[in-house]
Design a protein around this ligand. Structure first.
Ligand code: 13P
Length: 281
């Protein structure tokens, strides 16, 4: 149990055909909500933070907190560095004890993405950690600060990328985007199916917020094993807090603290039940 490699979590999910939530956290309350949901539902958990969020939650503070929470958990928890952009930060995350890192080279040419991803794979060998990378380009940016255009993943490129880089998990673009979708998401399940037939490693779906339960299940049927969810959690927390303030303003800080944990927990639980990861430990 406790802190495990993300690869181990995803291998079991692949064998038993379910998905695992990779939930972004920003503070201790969200970490507590995630561990509570995973322990109650007996679900494996991937907890993550993206490099762009470190301006709010510095890695030297939130990183050790996440790792410590995983070590104490009685379910398997992987701590993942999401959308790593720089070698410096990826190395820092690994030094802190993250058991998994993503290198996001989706804005580079295919050749450059392969080359840089290989360097990250080489680095992680010293730490026995898992590596995720991205091929094609997921729409939007993780923190909504940039309007990154979507580029659907090509199945042949995905196959070549996975074989040459030897990454453990591959994030793909099939119409998914970070943040809130404008209208209903239009996921290209046909494209996912083609990629799944070509690529042997577990596939990752970014931009989980706004995707329907039905689409999540279809994606899992076609090889998606890790599903990233961020915005939905942040929204559930602020909506809960706003509602409380409208009815009875907080007078006790610790009631607020408890509400933040609970709102995050509710969102993690909702997704774990859809993804089919409950009772898998
Ligand atoms: P959402 O914010 O759309 O849930 O996406 C999260 C994500 O993909 C993090 O990498």
């Amino acid at each position: 149990m406790a802190l495990v490699k993300m690869k181990d979590i995803l291998t079991k999910a692949e064998q038993e055909n379910y998905g695992v939530g990779a939930f972004s956290v920003a503070n201790m309350e969200m970490v507590m909500g995630a561990i509570k949901a995973a322990e109650e539902l007996r679900s494996p958990l991937i907890m993550q933070i993206a490099e762009v969020r470190l301006k709010h939650s510095p890695i030297h503070m939130i990183g050790p907190l996440m790792v410590a929470a995983a070590k104490e958990a009685d379910v398997p928890v992987a701590i993942h560095f999401d959308h790593g952009m720089t070698m410096e930060k990826i190395k820092q995350a690994l030094e802190i004890g993250f058991s998994s890192v993503m290198f996001d080279g989706s804005h580079y040419s295919l050749e450059e993405n392969i080359q840089k991803t290989k360097e990250v794979v080489e680095l992680t060998k010293q730490y026995d950690a898992t590596v995720e990378a991205e091929i094609g380009r997921v729409g939007g940016s993780e923190d909504g600060s940039e309007n990154i255009e979507m580029l659907l993943t090509d199945k042949q490129e995905a196959k070549r990328f996975a074989e040459e880089t030897k990454v453990d998990a591959l994030a793909i673009a099939i119409g998914n985007a970070h943040g809130m979708y404008k209208g209903d998401p239009n996921l290209r399940l046909d494209r996912l199916q083609e990629i799944d037939q070509q690529v042997e490693i577990p596939l990752v779906l970014h931009g989980g917020t706004g995707i329907s339960a039905d689409d999540f299940r279809k994606c899992i049927q076609h090889g998606i094993r890790k599903i990233n969810v961020a915005t939905a959690t942040f929204h559930n927390v602020i909506n809960t807090v706003n509602q409380s303030v409208e009815t009875i303003p907080y007078s006790d800080y610790f009631v607020f603290h408890q509400d933040v944990i609970h709102a995050a927990y509710e969102n993690f639980k909702y997704h774990m039940e859809i993804f089919g990861s409950c009772g898998r430990v």
